[in-house]
Design a protein around this ligand. Structure first.
Ligand code: AVI
Length: 322
């Protein structure tokens, strides 16, 4: 439960219903139709994502947590003097705990997260666990420019933390502009610690996005319920099914919602027709090789200064700087 007495002040820049409606209309007017994966994360979506991270098939979180734990002393030694940690897409805060406990003397922590409920819950727990660290939560869509608050105590350089392979949810152009804005946030002497999922056999990757318990399918379909509530679409979630395929030529999972019948969806006085079997694109999850990752970050003027890989090269952490 959030409690006003223990809650640090929140900078609230959550997308407005008009922002979400505008994106929805633009996506439904495109060919093929698409919806933005950033709208997966309402309260239920964040909760379902947390459950995904605990599914046996979804190796990413488990492997990254173990890698972070095992590599933390080496990470702390490699990080410059960066007492302000800024995390993009903070989620539940499990990885943050390991990072804040392992770094040398962090003084401030700024999580930037689009889900207000997930942000408030995780920052409340972190504030309790790290009472000496100033908490500066920002509820915002980090794909837009976000003003990063300045800590009370002069905080030297900034370490951007971007775990989870969330970078993989962006196309190369969008990833480039996000990495450019991270480069501004970290400044000339700051750094970024980024988690990336690595290219591996297709069956392992595909299973991670098609768990047997159906949690990922529920997570994907929740996008429709969320849009119905927040922008007044009239999607019928039982008229769509989750589809996640690994496309090896593009080294990414492509997740779609496939219409299971001919149907029409209305929003803001406009009608959109779906054919039976029509696939609406809702998420990419890119996987990287050293070469593809280095080429991507070079576009944003960044380079890898240290790298840590999980056993079997299942997942990687990269320390970047300008
Ligand atoms: C947050 N992101 C890195 C997850 C991923 O693996 O692409 C989101 C997700 N979508 C389905 N399962 C998990």
């Amino acid at each position: 439960m959030t409690n006003a007495a223990t809650m640090p002040p929140l900078t609230d820049l959550h997308p407005t219903p008009d922002d979400i409606l505008g994106d929805t209309l633009e996506g439904l007017s495109s060919t093929p139709k698409r919806l933005s994966s950033k709208y997966f994360y309402d309260a239920r979506g964040s909760h379902l994502f947390e459950q995904i991270t605990r599914q046996p098939e979804y190796y990413l979180t488990r492997v990254e947590l173990a890698l972070l734990e095992a590599s933390m002393p080496a990470i702390a030694a490699a990080v410059n003097d960066c007492p302000h940690v800024v995390e993009y897409g903070s989620g539940s805060g499990r990885k943050t705990r390991l990072l804040l406990a392992g770094l040398t003397d962090p003084v401030a922590y700024t999580p930037i997260e689009i889900s207000r409920s997930a942000l408030l819950a995780s920052v409340e727990r972190l504030a309790e666990a790290f009472p000496g660290i100033e908490m500066l939560p920002v509820c915002a869509d980090f794909t837009q420019p976000v003003p990063v608050p300045r800590p009370e105590r002069e905080a030297g350089h900034t370490l951007v933390f971007f775990p989870g392979s969330t970078l993989g949810n962006f196309t190369a152009d969008a990833a480039e502009s996000l990495l450019c804005s991270m480069r501004k946030t970290m400044g000339a002497r700051g750094q970024a610690l980024v988690g990336i999922d690595l290219v591996k056999d297709a069956a392992t990757i595909e299973a991670a996005y098609n768990d047997a318990a159906g949690v990922t399918a529920a997570f994907t379909l929740n996008l429709l319920t969320r849009l119905n509530r927040d922008v007044g679409t009239n999607f019928q979630p039982d008229g769509f099914r989750h589809q996640a395929r690994y496309v090896s030529e593009r080294e990414r999972i492509e997740t779609c919602l496939v219409s299971t019948r001919d149907q029409e969806v209305q929003v803001d006085g406009r009608r959109f027709h779906f054919q039976d079997g029509e696939a609406m694109q809702v998420e990419y999850s890119h996987k990287y090789t050293d070469a593809s990752f280095q080429a991507l970050i070079a576009r944003a003027g960044l380079k890898v200064v240290e790298r840590w890989n999980a056993p079997g090269d299942a997942f990687g952490l990269r320390l970047l700087q300008p």
